[in-house]
Write a protein that binds this ligand. Structure first.
Ligand SMILES: CC(C)(COP(=O)(O)OP(=O)(O)OC[C@H]1O[C@@H](n2cnc3c(N)ncnc32)[C@H](O)[C@@H]1OP(=O)(O)O)[C@@H](O)C(=O)NCCC(=O)NCCS
Length: 255
């Protein structure tokens, strides 16, 4: 196993003026395609809303892994109070240090913070962590073996620049020893609404055809459990180009 880089620190960023944020933002712009990126203004607003206590009982976190001033990676995430779940927004690690547990450490730290949010919101424990992932991503299979639920819903990630809506899988990773086997349809509806409204800042989710399509899938269902997954297979080059979550292949050099 490759040893993690030495002296890696994980710091919480709470201002867009923080130099760590500025460097993490350059990494973000280099790694994620335009259809998945949200402008600097988005983060600036979230930091300000958090500072003023306007997000409670929801919360937002932005963590940066760095060696001194050199940013190695970052993660952003939200506590979705409406369902007592954490939601991973963006996670990226500098290509030259991938595979050395930086991503995993960022994720673990995010979970710690979101657990605290759950306690502060009056819950005895956090229900789990959610996020969006490509159906064929091998990490999703690993997560399922560890007890995560890939939800049986054709999830559509809204495009952040109005170009491509991205079909992905929503996963739910339990954060306690209680395995989660389903979400109730009303809870999932609220999660989807919170993701569109609070994370992607879409003013009227119900006006988005992709959002309505997801709600239609919930009609008549009491709960949503696990979906059957395709086995992870390498996508043909054309499909890869059309699916922005498969970023590592086309990641521009940022080192
Ligand atoms: C995915 C990525 C963050 C992995 O970084 P890394 O430092 O090599 O990660 P590690 O060495 O810690 O190994 C895997 C860890 O990455 C994280 N990870 C991998 N794929 C992931 C995914 N699709 N979504 C969320 N987390 C993921 C997990 O935390 C995993 O550790 P865990 O299973 O113990 O929780 C990195 O390759 C990267 O920046 N890729 C491009 C951007 C990207 O695809 N981000 C994920 C979706 S937003």
């Amino acid at each position: 196993m490759v040893a993690p880089p030495r002296r890696v620190r994980i710091s919480t960023v709470s201002s867009a003026r923080d130099p760590l944020f500025r460097r993490a933002f350059s990494l973000y712009a280099a790694i994620f395609p335009a259809s998945e990126r949200i402008g600097r203004e988005y983060f600036k607003n979230l930091f300000e809303e958090k500072r003023l206590g306007l997000l409670a009982p929801f919360n937002f976190h932005f963590l940066v892994a760095h060696e001194g001033e050199r940013v190695l990676g970052f993660i952003s995430g939200t506590y979705l109070a409406i369902a007592n779940l954490g939601f991973v927004g963006y996670l990226a690690v500098r290509p030259s240090v991938t595979g050395r547990h930086v991503g995993s450490r960022l994720r673990q730290r995010l979970v710690q913070l979101v657990r605290r949010d759950a306690l502060a919101a009056g819950h005895p424990r956090l229900l789990g962590m959610m996020g969006e992932v490509e159906e064929g991503n091998p990490w999703l299979q690993t997560m399922r073996r560890r007890g995560a639920l890939a939800l049986d819903l054709d999830y559509l990630q809204p495009s952040t620049d109005g170009t491509a809506v991205v079909p992905l899988v929503l996963y739910l990773q339990p954060t306690s020893d209680r395995r989660v086997r389903f979400l109730s349809a009303p809870a999932l509806r609220r999660v989807l609404y919170a993701v569109y409204r609070r994370l992607y800042r879409i003013r009227f989710p119900l006006k988005q055809p992709e959002f309505r399509r997801m709600l239609r899938q919930l009609e008549g269902r009491a709960r949503v459990g696990a979906r059957r997954l395709m086995s992870p297979a390498p996508l043909p080059a054309k499909a890869r180009a059309a699916r922005p979550k498969q970023v590592p292949k086309g990641v521009p050099r940022v080192d």
